[in-house]
Design a protein around this ligand. Structure first.
Ligand code: SF4
Length: 361
C-alpha cells in the first residue's frame, strides 16, 4: 500500500517504480528535485537506503592531507588556491606530510588532495605516496582527484593509465572523486574554465576503474547550476557506473561561497535544499552503492539528519582539512570515533567502522 505521505505529495508513480526496482527517468529526477515535500522524499530515499544497507551507517578513521594550496586553475568558486609566491602559499615535503599525519591516532584511510601546482615535478607525487605508505603501511591512501591525475599525465608525458599504475605501485588505493564539480559546459566556461572537461573527468575515473582502482564521485551544487544540470550530472555518473561499476560512493558537496569571488552573488545552500538533493541522489543513483553525508561541508547536525534522507556513510574522523576551512565551511576540526558513533546511534542507525573499500573492520 502506498503511504499517505507519498500519495499526498503526488509521488505514487515514483514510489511504485522504486518498489518494483525500476530505474527512475530524467523527468522523475526533475520532479523529485522540485518537490516541496521533503518528508515524502525522505520516505522514498530511506526505503532505498534500507534495502541496500539496512540500518548500517559507515564511517572511517581517516586523516586529510592537503599537500599544497598553490594552484594554476583559479576556479571562481574556490577560496583555497594561492598563486606561487603568495605569502600564504605552501607545499608540504613528503617528510612534513608524514610528520603531520603522525600527530594523532593512526588513520585507516588517508585522504590526500591539493592544488594543481605548476612547478612540482612528477617525482614529488610518487615520493609523497611512497613516504606516506611506508610510514602507514596499514592505511589505505585515497589520493588525487581526476584533475590532479590529468595534470600528472601532462607533466610526466605519460598516459593516464601509466600514471595510475605508477601511483598504485607507490601506494595509491583509490581516488577521492573530487574535481567533477558540475558536468555542464556552460558552468565550466563561467566558473572553472581551466579545469578538465566532464568528458576527461569521466574518462580518467573510468580508466582508474578498469585498473582496479575504485573512486568516489562528487557534485558541487548550490551555485549557479540549474535543476536540469544537477540531474544531468547524476545521470552521467549513473551511465558511467553502468559500464565500470567502479564508483564506490557519491558525495554531494554544497557550495560554500564565503571568501570566493561568488560571495554576495550566491547564497549558501539551505538545509532543506541539502536534504532534498541527498534524497534525489539516492533515488537516481541506483547503481552507486554508497551515499556520503560529508559533515565537513554539511555540518555535523545536518549530516546526521541526512542519514534519514538516503545517506549511509558519515565520512570519518577527519583531522586537518584546509579546503573547506578556507571558505569557512567547517564547524568542527575533527570528530572522535565515540562522537561519530553517538551521532549514528542517536539517529537510530548502527555504526559500522569501515576501510576505504567499505569493508567492515
Ligand atoms: S578547486 Fe581545485 S583546481 Fe580549482 S582552484 Fe581550487 S584547488 Fe585549484
Amino acid at each position: 500500500m502506498i503511504p499517505e505521505t507519498i500519495r499526498r505529495a503526488g509521488l505514487s508513480d515514483i514510489y511504485e517504480k522504486i518498489e518494483a526496482g525500476e530505474r527512475l527517468s530524467r523527468e522523475d529526477g526533475l520532479r523529485l528535485l522540485s518537490s516541496p515535500d521533503l518528508l515524502a522524499l525522505g520516505v522514498l530515499a530511506r526505503r532505498v537506503r534500507e534495502r541496500l544497507h539496512g540500518r548500517k551507517t559507515y564511517y572511517v578513521l581517516n586523516r586529510h592531507l592537503n599537500y599544497t594550496n598553490v594552484c594554476e586553475n583559479r576556479c571562481r568558486f574556490c577560496a583555497y588556491w594561492r598563486p606561487p609566491g603568495d605569502s600564504r602559499a605552501y607545499v608540504l615535503s613528503p617528510e612534513e606530510a608524514v610528520r603531520k599525519l603522525s600527530e594523532g591516532p593512526p588513520p585507516r584511510e588517508i585522504h590526500i588532495v591539493g592544488g594543481v601546482h605548476p612547478e612540482l615535478p612528477y617525482s614529488y607525487y610518487l615520493e609523497l605516496l611512497s613516504a606516506v605508505k611506508e610510514a602507514f603501511p596499514e592505511a589505505h591512501i585515497k589520493a588525487f582527484t581526476c584533475v590532479e591525475i590529468d595534470h600528472l599525465a601532462r607533466i610526466s608525458g605519460k598516459s593516464v593509465e601509466e600514471v595510475l599504475r605508477e601511483l598504485k605501485a607507490a601506494g595509491l588505493s583509490c581516488l577521492p572523486g573530487g574535481g567533477a564539480e558540475v558536468f555542464s559546459p556552460r558552468l565550466r566556461e563561467r566558473l572553472f574554465p581551466r579545469k578538465i572537461s566532464a568528458e576527461r573527468w569521466l574518462e580518467i575515473a573510468c580508466t582508474a576503474h578498469r585498473l582496479g582502482i575504485p573512486t568516489n564521485a562528487t557534485m558541487l551544487y548550490g551555485h549557479l547550476e540549474t535543476p536540469e544540470e544537477r540531474v544531468d550530472h547524476l545521470l552521467r555518473l549513473r551511465e558511467a557506473q553502468d559500464r565500470t561499476r567502479g564508483f564506490l560512493c557519491f558525495v554531494p558537496l554544497p557550495f560554500q561561497p564565503r571568501n570566493t569571488p561568488l560571495e554576495g552573488e550566491v547564497e549558501p545552500t539551505t538545509g532543506f535544499e541539502d536534504l532534498r538533493l541527498m534524497a534525489v541522489a539516492r533515488l537516481l543513483l541506483d547503481n552507486i552503492p554508497h551515499l556520503k553525508a560529508y559533515w565537513v561541508f554539511l555540518g555535523v547536525k545536518l549530516a546526521q539528519l541526512a542519514l534519514h534522507f538516503g545517506a549511509d556513510d558519515l565520512h570519518g574522523t577527519v583531522i586537518e582539512e584546509r579546503i573547506s576551512e578556507a571558505s569557512g565551511g567547517r564547524e568542527a576540526e575533527a570528530l572522535s570515533r565515540a562522537e561519530i558513533e553517538r551521532l549514528i546511534r542517536a539517529a537510530g542507525f548502527e555504526p559500522v567502522e569501515r576501510d576505504a573499500f567499505y569493508r567492515p573492520v
